[in-house]
Design a protein around this ligand. Sequence first.
Ligand code: PLP
Length: 388
Amino acid sequence: MRRVYLDNNATTPLLPGVFEAMRPYFAERFGNASSIHHHGQETRAAVEDARESVADLLGCRAAEIVFTSGGTEADNLAISGLVKGGDHVITSSIEHHAVLHASKHLEEIGCEVTYLMVDGRCLVDPGDVRRALRPTTKLISIMMANNETGVLQPVEEIGKIAAEAGVPFHTDAVQAAGKVPIDVARIGCHALSISGHKMHAPQGVGALYVRKGTHVRPLFYGGRHERSRRAGTENVAGIVGLGKAAQLAKEALDRSDDRKMAALRDRLEQGILAQVDEAGVNGKGAPRVPNTTSLHFDHIEGEAIVIALDLKGLAVSTGAACSSGAIEPSHVLTAMGLRADQARASVRFSLGRQTVAEDIDFALALVPETVARLRELSPVYRKTAIGS
Ligand code: PLP
């Protein structure tokens, strides 16, 4: 059976070039990057090359990159590392759970956290950030791109507000890295998280940019790895993969491949909406990353659509991967003002660098017919249709 994967916000496949770059580090190049002999020097050089590539993608110095086990650890390192009990933190209600649950933990240790609301387009108002500032505010953490809607937040404006107030600014750029150009100096952030597996590197590796002069307390203690910011023997193969993926992403952005991806995404979105009524784009009218569209198909469960499409070979998602099977509607979609039933009726399609035009044709042939079939089976829809 033909299978098409449009769930790249959950995870991406390794690009062949990434896998080839990693391959030697599973076997013949096995040294501990802290060892002084030949084997260690070989892997140390590979780790430092990867650091240069990641820094190049983000527009920072190599020394400002701390490798981590992924986006979750990078978020936690920034949040726990910049804040202590009694401090005030500003974040948003649409953050990934890596930030939201880390913020809940801060509340348990005596911090106060303001969770800003978003408008119907999934956008944080920078004015709200300014209004939420207090003398005790020690961190602003607002994501760059939302994982469910792909909506890009006004991080540059927020960065300016943070700079004026002298408050450190962290942004979770896990869903933005490799999809849109990132320049940490333009954003004006002090810390920025990325994750390998959202940009065609392997799962279990990520990085935190930490601006020179910004002190983050480590999450755990051990050796002096990563300039004492992240103890633990480096995951060399993973780091090499992240470095290669960063290099390939930079080259693709320089070639404006993101525009081609946006064109494919727009064809998918418009093609579906032209054939399906009582449906709409979540985050319509807001700037978005080029690979994501989140659509609500009223009167049916997104979960049912995902399962029906999977049976036909198309992999999509109801939103955050970890919420699959959960009965609660997405916190992001409800924060945007969607009714709980509309939030539950939402499906996320996310493209990757491997997505080709034929994949979009495949989805366009399947989605409208699947929605129509499920609506026919839905008592809610039939009642509304008969009533109208
Ligand atoms: N932040 C965002 C916006 C994400 O989408 C994800 C993963 O879904 C994470 C953080 C967590 O990253 P990781 O899976 O590398 O821990």
